[in-house]
Write a protein that binds this ligand. Structure first.
Ligand SMILES: NC(=O)C1=CN([C@@H]2O[C@H](COP(=O)(O)OP(=O)(O)OC[C@H]3O[C@@H](n4cnc5c(N)ncnc54)[C@H](O)[C@@H]3O)[C@@H](O)[C@H]2O)[C@H](O)CC1
Ligand code: K
Length: 505
């Protein structure tokens, strides 16, 4: 079944998509009403009246404000106490109609924003993707005031003040706890730097015909948001008559006297993927440690340097028999010959950590395909320094990096982005800062290595990213953000997958 993730769009692309729907006969008021109902349903579910009886609605001059006024009216009908702050005289006609009807119903419109300070929930409908210039003056002051209040803030479509394409703050912006993005993910909401304003992003679909999206994005670079359809890919299919040699062979290379644990974490994660054969190459002195922690792996002791890094891979190690090779965790920058050897194999490579730092010192780079690079931003900066200095946000940088290097580039972060050499982009909108700790990356390397050993590289990469983040979110739910240390993360991999499959049935 062809899996299509939700597209990520620019403002212009969204306007083209909406325009196509309107041109096909779908009335603008109908869309606003539909969206308003869905927003109200979400708010009523997530912020029940018993706990959040009083709602303050910020209504802007455009259709974002129109959406907000539909929500105000609907929550009013559903028994909430609603107050509206609409600091604009000139309104778009549809928005003006909704304001007029809300007043007709008797919804109180407050003159000053501080009349909303005591409400239980703020709904932000000041601006959406139509924001054109910086927010200044009284409006900026009001937003600064709201930011100091304690109640949760939910933004409609885009946090007001945030640029929906770049994620840049135009003067000032609402810091939302939740952003309910309408129809399709706006690109600016997925930019790393915008996360403090976006809060938890959630897509509120409104049944855009797939053909309309395809037509509008036909010539655009494909940008996708990962979602639960990644689970359709896992666990990887197994024939009833399979055997271990048909389920992929992964070679993991890493470890050093200085960093002995990383490669163990990668190996423990890799075996969760069901990979048929797991071989771990480490410095000779680490061999017994790894065997004691991963008895199902074949552990190869390598010649080591005086400082305990892998000096070279043993001649006896036939690299050609592996369907994937993952290298880097705990490797140390000393193991240059190892990376140089791997780059000549033409095997599917996953390069992480010090394998990336070593790659950054090699020049020129050989053709990196099929290679997956999994840098965090510091490693990315060493690999592609000019891309970082020539500006553009990380999404633009990682796309350029993949096209230049001909590798799949996975840029880790709050919104991990995966770019393909063709220029396509996948972003994971759901993760947790609890994963920001040593060892999380080693787990991801093992997961991706194990999946790449069994299936094509791109879907293995984004499924690994999704699975890794979902396990982290689940571990945090059960043991707070402090409980997401790497071994707990690994312990949650299979139960999280199982729970997803059970929910899917
Ligand atoms: N699929 C969807 O995204 C849907 C979008 N809808 C909602 O409509 C908005 C976009 O509406 P639009 O009227 O184009 O823009 P805004 O509501 O964001 O407001 C722009 C409005 O404000 C004026 N303006 C711009 N910048 C400033 C400023 N700095 N100070 C003052 N005024 C400013 C500008 O002139 C416009 O008049 C989208 O986000 C959704 O919420 C549909 O209704 C539902 C589906
Ligand atoms: K908004």
């Amino acid at each position: 079944m062809k899996r299509t993730f939700p597209a990520i769009v620019t403002t212009a692309e969204m306007q083209a998509i909406e325009g196509a729907m309107f041109n096909a006969g779908f009335p603008v008021p109908a869309l606003m009403e539909k969206v308003g109902q869905r927003l109200s349903d979400f708010l009523q579910r997530e912020f029940p009246r018993a706990r959040y009886p009083h709602v303050g609605v910020l209504a802007g001059p455009g259709h974002n404000g129109g959406d907000a006024l539909v929500v105000a009216r609907e929550l009013w009908h559903r028994g909430y106490g609603v107050k509206v702050w609409q600091p604009f005289e000139r309104l778009k006609p549809l928005t003006a109609d909704h304001a007029r009807y809300a007043r007709f119903l008797g919804l109180p419109f407050v003159a000053a924003v501080d009349s909303l300070q005591a409400v239980d929930l703020i709904v932000d409908g000041l601006f959406g993707f139509g924001l054109e210039r910086e927010l200044t003056g009284d409006l900026a002051d009001a937003i600064a005031q709201i930011t100091t209040w304690r109640q949760p803030r939910v933004s409609i479509d885009v946090p007001s003040g945030l640029h929906s394409d770049t994620g840049a703050v135009l003067g000032t912006a609402i810091q939302a706890d939740r952003t309910l993005c309408l129809g399709l993910w706006k690109r600016g909401l997925l930019v790393e730097e915008a996360q403090p304003w976006v809060g938890q992003g959630l897509l509120i679909p409104f049944d855009i015909p797939a053909a309309v999206i395809e037509a509008a994005l036909a010539t655009a670079p494909r940008r996708y948001c990962l979602d639960a359809s990644c689970w359709q890919q896992l666990p990887l299919a197994r024939s009833p008559i399979t055997h271990k040699y048909q389920q992929g062979q992964l070679l993991l290379i890493g470890g050093s006297a200085q960093f002995g644990g990383s490669i163990v974490l990668s190996a423990l994660a890799a075996r969760c993927t069901g990979v048929g054969m797991l071989v771990v190459a480490v410095p000779q002195s680490l061999k017994s440690l790894v065997l004691s922690r991963v008895p199902d792996a074949i552990v190869v002791g390598c010649p080591e340097t005086a400082r305990g890094a892998i000096a070279r891979l043993p001649e006896s190690l036939d690299l050609g028999k592996f369907s994937a090779i993952a290298c880097g965790p705990g490797l140390t920058p000393e193991a240059v010959p190892v990376v140089e050897t791997l780059l000549r194999t033409g095997r599917s490579l996953v390069l992480d950590a010090d394998a990336l730092n070593i790659l950054a010192t090699l020049s020129p780079w050989p053709l990196l395909s099929p290679v997956i690079l999994t840098p965090h931003y510091g490693e990315f900066r060493r690999l592609f320094p000019d891309l970082v200095t020539t500006g553009g946000d990380r999404l633009a940088q990682v796309t350029a990096a993949a096209s230049r290097s001909n590798a799949i580039v996975l840029l880790k972060g709050a919104r991990t982005a995966i770019a393909s050499p063709r220029g396509d982009l996948w972003i994971n909108p759901h993760s947790t800062p609890a994963l920001a700790r040593g060892g999380s990356g080693d787990v991801l390397t093992g997961l991706i290595g194990g999946l790449v050993a069994q299936q094509e590289a791109l879907s293995a990469t984004y499924c690994g990213v999704w699975w890794h983040a979902q396990a982290g979110i689940q571990a945090e739910r059960e043991a707070t953000s402090l409980g997401v240390y790497p071994e707990q993360l690994i312990a949650h991999l299979l139960p999280t997958l199982q729970a997803a499959l059970t929910a899917r049935v």
